[in-house]
Design a protein around this ligand. Structure first.
Ligand code: FES
Length: 68
C-alpha cells in the first residue's frame, strides 16, 4: 500500500501527496492529474474541493502540531 502524506501549508491548502482518490458526496471520483492535489482549507475556492489560490486574499492559519 502506498503512503499518503497531507501537509498543511501555512495560510494555504492541504497538500495531499498520493496516490489518492477524492470522491464527491455521491462517491463519484474527481479526475486528478498526477499524484499530488491541493485541497482548499480556506473555504473561498471557486473550484472546491480544490484550491484555486483564493486563500491569498487574506486567509491566515498557522496551526502547529504539538511537540512530542
Ligand atoms: S486554500 Fe487555496 S483557495 Fe482555499
Amino acid at each position: 500500500m502506498a503512503d499518503v502524506t497531507i501537509k498543511i501549508r501555512e495560510s494555504g491548502p492541504y497538500l495531499v501527496k498520493g496516490p489518492v482518490t477524492i470522491a464527491d458526496v455521491d462517491g463519484h471520483p474527481y479526475r486528478i492529474e498526477g499524484e499530488n492535489v491541493a485541497l482548499c482549507r480556506c473555504g473561498q475556492s471557486k473550484s472546491k474541493p480544490f484550491c484555486d489560490g483564493s486563500h491569498r486574499d487574506g486567509f491566515v492559519a498557522i496551526e502547529r502540531a504539538p511537540e512530542a
